[in-house]
Design a protein around this ligand. Structure first.
Ligand SMILES: [Zn+2]
Length: 605
């Protein structure tokens, strides 16, 4: 009952915000039952999908993702990984060395629309089917299928028998309907990264050998029948397999993991969800996975406070997969890690919940709005909760960005996630330049306004797939500045910022002994500037130069002198300051180095 109540509330929230935007989005309701053969690491399943067409368009064909088909020689993933110019080559090598029994394979045996058999075209990781009855605007249809799956050896994100010895790391494990939005179908082949999906409700039943503990998205419906740390068993198992039934309301994906050796701890977040931890008793994991639990609670509370409410009653941290990857109501984390690495990856993956899961921008097109925003907020959370003592939590992102700029190989932030020329460029653009997008926005509109922007952006666009323009409009309204120039120059080009102090001359203007400071914009990208002037007497004065095209400026602390705005086309700008009996000893542009000025050697004199 609670499930439907919370579902109703969340649907209410998101239909209201959609109405306000005059936007629409599709809806799915999945019912899946799979029967797992744990020994051969395979399963057969049925899927009943009710697809609601909320678009103004008639849908005549549908597309599904079949992600596991990427894990076999000759796949787009393998070929691309073999050609890309860095670490991803190891993925190609791993796929090429698979035995046939370890290939990933998803076979859709039959697909029906409201009982009528559909013709299907299978193109590796994408399946296409023409509808017998085109789906009219405002109508729904039921698509049912039978499928069988051979779980691939775990190479990237999901699969069987991970390096940590986890039997099933099951992300992207079922035929998943592609998203259709105002920009059409997003039938992106699985080449390496980023996922996008349709919001809806998942009802998933997993039949598996009774020795396995299953962890994942969704609320377990029958804890007393399964035990395994969820509840006391009501009665002993009466067969070799048990059925695990999960309901996940209003999510756009469903993931699960299973192993016979999982330890299962549950911790309450005060005023928040229950956190479940699944890991192995082995000394390699158990110590840090135990110590990290209260920190994980603090991370969850930090993000709730800084961004907005977490709308589910559960979140699971699961030893599975590789690296760290965010999923619905859970994360998979792989590898033997020291405490700092484990806490850092947990912070990052929990933060993803807000950006990858609850806002869910199309990550293939705008990976920076997911990875970058996540990195920004998780760096701050780690600095505070792990007491790192950094004066500027996002500094590392700037260091990485400057390196790539110097290499001359930078690509625009807005590049399809699979089409960066190297993984390094993808990583720098998505994580670092995306994180700087926010910290530098704090420099432009003020830190207080930035924190309001994050909250407002979340509350307005939760469950709606916002895009970059949606974000910048929130920033514009909160800051009362025009910021389209920022989104365009930082988000769509590789133009760089470089301001310099050109000269300082003694003058006598406005009836006082003064100096004239001449500044020069050397970089192609403009930005507002803080300037700090230090006098021999020890006095420090601060000045702010707005950017004219912002048509406004950030709130200034008392004592900060507001100067005339600097227009974009003019590369030089000068201002006078009275010095009277004092002597200027130093002038610095952006003393806290929050703008990504690529040459800081000319920032002070
Ligand atoms: Zn991430």
């Amino acid at each position: 009952m609670k499930f439907f109540k919370s579902l109703f509330l969340t649907l209410l929230i998101f239909s209201c915000s959609n109405k306000e935007k005059g936007r629409w989005q599709q809806h799915v309701s999945y019912k899946m039952v799979i029967d797992v053969d744990a020994e051969s690491r395979s399963y057969i399943g049925t899927q009943e999908l009710v697809y609601s067409n909320n678009s103004p368009d008639t849908i005549s064909r549908v597309f599904y993702h079949l992600y596991f088909n990427a894990f076999k020689p000759g796949s787009e993933m393998q070929v691309r990984a073999s050609e890309i110019n860095d670490d991803d080559r190891s993925i190609s090598k791993k796929i090429l060395s698979l035995d046939r029994k370890d290939y990933g394979d998803v076979r859709v045996l039959e697909l029906l629309q409201d009982g009528a058999v559909l013709d299907i075209i299978n193109q590796e990781t994408i399946l296409e089917a023409g509808l017998k009855n085109p789906l009219l605007p405002g109508e729904k249809t039921t698509l049912s299928m039978r499928f069988e799956v051979n779980v691939p050896q775990q190479i990237r994100r999901s699969g069987k028998d991970s390096e940590d010895g986890v039997a099933f790391s099951m992300a992207q494990w079922y035929p998943k309907l592609c998203e259709y939005d105002s920009q059409g179908w997003h039938a992106n082949a699985y080449i390496g990264r980023e996922f996008f999906g349709v919001w809806g409700d998942f009802d998933v039943t997993i039949n598996i050998d009774k020795n396995y503990t299953v962890a994942g998205s969704g609320y377990l419906q029958n804890p007393e029948e399964v035990g395994h740390g969820y509840a006391e068993l009501k009665k002993p198992y009466d067969s070799d397999k048990i059925s695990w039934r999960f309901l996940a309301p209003n999510v756009h994906d469903f993931s699960w993991a299973a192993d016979t050796e999982y330890v299962h701890d549950v911790v309450d977040v005060p005023g928040g969800p229950k956190m479940h931890f699944f890991y192995k008793e082995d000394d390699k994991y158990s110590k840090n996975w135990k110590i990290v639990q209260p920190y994980s609670v603090l991370f969850m509370q930090y993000f709730i406070e800084k961004i907005g409410p977490y709308p589910y009653k559960q979140y699971s941290v699961i030893l599975a997969g590789d690296g760290g990857m965010e999923y619905a109501m859970c994360t998979f984390i792989g590898g033997v890690r020291n405490f700092e690495s484990l806490a850092g990856v947990i912070s990052h993956e929990i933060a993803h919940t807000w950006f990858q899961f609850l806002l869910a921008t199309n990550e293939s097109k705008h990976a920076w709005m997911d990875e970058g925003f996540t990195s920004y907020i998780s760096d701050h959370a780690e600095n505070e909760i792990l007491e790192k003592g950094l004066d500027f939590a996002n500094r590392r992102a700037y260091v990485d960005y400057f390196k790539v700029v110097r290499s001359g190989l930078e690509e625009p932030l807005t590049t399809h996630a699979d089409r960066f020329s190297s993984s390094r460029n993808y990583g720098m653009a998505s994580y670092d330049k995306g994180s700087i997008f926010l910290s530098q926005l704090g420099y432009i509109i003020g830190e207080e306004a930035l924190s309001k922007v994050l909250k407002k952006y979340y509350s307005k666009y939760v469950f709606t797939h916002p895009d970059p323009e949606d974000f910048i409009r929130v920033a514009e309204k909160v800051s009362e500045q025009e910021l389209d120039w920022y989104l365009m120059d930082w988000g769509q080009t590789t133009k760089t910022i470089d301001y310099a102090i050109k000269s300082v001359k003694k003058t006598n203007t406005e009836g006082c002994d003064s100096v004239t400071i001449l500044m020069n914009r050397k970089g192609e990208m403009a930005i507002p500037n803080d300037v700090e002037v230090e006098f021999v007497s020890g006095i420090v004065k601060e000045y702010h130069i707005p950017l004219l095209m912002s048509r406004g400026h950030k709130p200034l602390d008392s004592g900060v002198v507001l100067l005339e705005p600097w227009s974009w086309a003019k590369k030089n700008y000068s201002f006078n300051i009275c010095v009277d009996d004092d002597v200027v000893v130093g002038i610095t542009i952006d003393p806290l180095n929050k703008s990504a000025d690529v040459d800081q050697t000319n920032n002070s004199i």
